[in-house]
Design a protein around this ligand. Structure first.
Ligand SMILES: Cc1ncc(C[n+]2csc(CCOP(=O)(O)OP(=O)(O)O)c2C)c(N)n1
Ligand code: SF4
Ligand SMILES: [Mg+2]
Length: 287
C-alpha cells in the first residue's frame, strides 16, 4: 500500500477512565462452545486450543459423530461447555476409555483432551499402549509444562531450567531428571499414523495448529490408526510470568525442547507406496 499511514487510534481509549460500562460488541464464541464464559486465568492458552478442536470438528462436518473424552486438569472446565458428547475419564485414563468408545462405535470421531500432567505423569502407559495398538482414535495433549490446576508444580514434560512451584531454582537434570518429549516418543511407535506438535502463542501458530488438528481427524476418519497432536499452551499463572509475557516465554523457554512441527504422517508414506495394505483406505486417502 502506498500513501500516508492512518494514525493508529485505539478502538477503546486507554488513557482515561471509560465513559460507560463494558458492552458486548460481537460474540465470537464458536457454535460448539455453548457457554462462552469460563474461569480459566487471563492469558491461559487452553481455551484457544479447545476452540481450535471444536472448530475443526465443525468444519469437517463431524458434529453429530464427535465424542470427546476428558482427562483432569484446568481444561476439564470445558467438559461442561461443549455442544458435543463428552465423557469424563479418571486422571490419565482417557485413551483407554476412548478405545472402548471407538471399538463399540467405529462410526464416531473420538478424541481425548488431556494435559501434560494427566498424560505424561498420571497415565503415560495408557497413551503409549493405545498408540502401539494403533487404536483409531485421536489424542490431544495440552502441554503447559505444569500441573496447572493443582498449583503449578513440575510435570515430566517441564523443560530444563523452567521455574515451577516446586522447582523454584529451575528444573535441574541431576535433581529432577530430563523432560519427556512425548510427541517424539509416540512418533517412534508402529501403529501410529499421525503425530504433530503445535503451539497457540500467536496467530501463525494457531493457524498451523488448526491444520494439524484437522489432519489428525482426517487420519482417524480414513481409518489409518492412532493420531496424536501435542499443543503447547501458555500458563502464565504456573510459569510465574506476566500474562502479556507468556507467549514469548513459550517461544524462548518451552519450544526449544518441545519443537513444533509434523513428526509423522503416514499419508505421505502411503502416497509413495500405494500398494501398502496399512489402514482402511476405502474412504479414500484424506488430503
Ligand atoms: C488420581 C488423581 N490424582 C491427582 C489428582 C489431582 N489433580 C487434579 S488436576 C491435576 C493436574 C493436572 O495437570 P495437567 O493435566 O497438566 O492439566 P493442567 O491443569 O495443567 O491444564 C491433578 C494432579 C486427581 N484429580 N486424581
Ligand atoms: S493455572 Fe495455568 S493452565 Fe490453569 S487456568 Fe490458569 S493459566 Fe490456564
Ligand atoms: Mg499441565
Amino acid at each position: 500500500m502506498t500513501g500516508k499511514r492512518l494514525p493508529l487510534t485505539p478502538v477503546v481509549p486507554t488513557d482515561a477512565p471509560p465513559s460507560c460500562g463494558a458492552r458486548l460488541v460481537h460474540d465470537f464464541t464458536p457454535a460448539l462452545i455453548d457457554v462462552g464464559a469460563h474461569h480459566l486465568c487471563p492469558g491461559c492458552g487452553e481455551p484457544i486450543a479447545m476452540r481450535s478442536m471444536v472448530e475443526q470438528v465443525e468444519e469437517l462436518g463431524q458434529v453429530d459423530r464427535a465424542i470427546a473424552v476428558f482427562g483432569i486438569g484446568c481444561y476439564t472446565a470445558y467438559s461442561n461447555n461443549l455442544d458435543i458428547e463428552v465423557l469424563q475419564a479418571l486422571h490419565g485414563r482417557a485413551p483407554s476409555l476412548a478405545t472402548g468408545v471407538k471399538r463399540c462405535r467405529p462410526d464416531t470421531l473420538v478424541f481425548t483432551v488431556q494435559g501434560d500432567g494427566d498424560m505424561v505423569n498420571e497415565g503415560l502407559q495408557e497413551v503409549v499402549h493405545a498408540a502401539a495398538r494403533g487404536e483409531n482414535i485421536t489424542c490431544f495433549m495440552l502441554n503447559n509444562g505444569v500441573f496447572g490446576e493443582t498449583g503449578g508444580h513440575l510435570t515430566a514434560a517441564t523443560v530444563l531450567g523452567q521455574r515451577t512451584k516446586n522447582t523454584l531454582g529451575g528444573r535441574d537434570a541431576a535433581a529432577h531428571g530430563h523432560p519427556i518429549r512425548l510427541a517424539d516418543l509416540i512418533a517412534g511407535l508402529d501403529g501410529v499414523a499421525y503425530v504433530a506438535r503445535a503451539a497457540v502463542n500467536n496467530a501463525v501458530n494457531i493457524t498451523r495448529a488448526n491444520r494439524m488438528i484437522k489432519d489428525a481427524f482426517r487420519v482417524q476418519r480414513a481409518g489409518l490408526g492412532f493420531s496424536f497432536v501435542e499443543i503447547l499452551t501458555m500458563c502464565p499463572t504456573g510459569w510465574f510470568v506476566d500474562t502479556t509475557e507468556a507467549p514469548a516465554y513459550l517461544d524462548d523457554v518451552v519450544a526449544h525442547t518441545h519443537r513444533p512441527g509434523v513428526l509423522k504422517d503416514l499419508r505421505k508414506d502411503l502416497r509413495k507406496d500405494p500398494g501398502s495394505t496399512r489402514g482402511s483406505t476405502d474412504k479414500g486417502l484424506p488430503s
